[in-house]
Design a protein around this ligand. Sequence first.
Ligand code: CA
Length: 433
Amino acid sequence: MSRLLTLFASTALSLSFTGLPAKAQSTGDTSPVEQVEGQVPASGDEGTPANQPVETQSANAPDQTPAFENQTRAPQPSNLAQVDVETIAEDLPQLWAMELLSDGRMLVTTKEGAMHVVSTDGKPGPALEGVPEVDARGQGGLLDVALANDFESSNRIFFSFSEPRGDGGNGTSVASATLALDDNGGGALQDVKVIFQQTPSWQNTKHFGSRIVPTEDGNLYVTVGERSDPEPRVQAQQLDSGLGKVFRITAEGEPVEGNPFVDQENARPEIWSFGHRNTQAAALDDQGRFWMVEHGPKGGDELNRPEAGNNYGWPVITYGIDYSGQPIGEGITAQDGLEQPVYYWDPVIGPSGMAFYKGDEFADWDNTFLIGGLVSTGLVVLHLENDRVASEERIPLEARIRDVKVADDGAIFAVTENPRAGTSSIVKITSAR
Ligand SMILES: [Ca+2]
């Protein structure tokens, strides 16, 4: 079932989308129907030469100016990667997240609420037993999955999901479980325990986040959304609300000692940073520092490296505009006390899934972040220098990318999704030689 396709990052794909309006865009995190309507790949102009920005479409907010050089539209690197793309699994149910197991199998979550192990030849095993009920409407579902650092000995996993909380209300929750696999490709989650609940609950189907990033000391960064609607949106700025935050919790769901607001009254002790919109891409760098890419409004996706207690601005400052065409708030992009993003995209990439690249397969990609693009329909490769973006490269994959992982040998695995068909594929990306 393998298909091998060689892509040249800057030249290979001439994507034909005739009949679609040239500037149509959809956010990566709207409802499933909107997600695929009128979408134009933002994978860049395939004819753009090296050393020029890959993004050539008009900005949605052309009058906004970056706060520093290369905060947006950084040039492509001099050497553009050439990749081979091999489909290793297809016609899977629509997936949300993937973890690579040490034997080459893949642990995946489906948006509708199941967990499977996919064999090395691309076949999903029976649904694992013990997955709790999820609210899979809209953007909800079974979301991220992460292996504990001691997974090889403990079989412990963490996963996040849109938890039904009664009366149509819901919220993002994180659970831990022990993965007990059988010899038939299936198995069960045992000792399932909800360790953390984002509150307050809200009655809609939008902006659940979420990613779980285990740290070396056994704690977890957890990203969530601000539930999108005007009323909950502003709670991203409120320390007594769990909306629009990054949390740092222990493996038991407790606030980590040393969190910035543990001693502050009327503040949630689990909060690490705030003023975030909706984050579905997050990873540690090789120094163990936490980075993430959040979905912005129309033209406002942003890369941040959240530091303890800092305010990342949403919805007071942001790049881009509302999907209605109106400004967000006062339409400002900077304010004292609010952090600037390291980088932003206008138009958006629709970020989902993120990995720090380490490995021999792509020598030129040392010290890069790989980011899945729902809207850019490929991988975004950010080359870093001194914690800023030095160059941006795109690997078009002709599909919405939901998650990205790097294997020990440096090969890259990307999970695609097709919300209209309710299907996903897993592709393996290696260097073309
Ligand atoms: Ca921000």
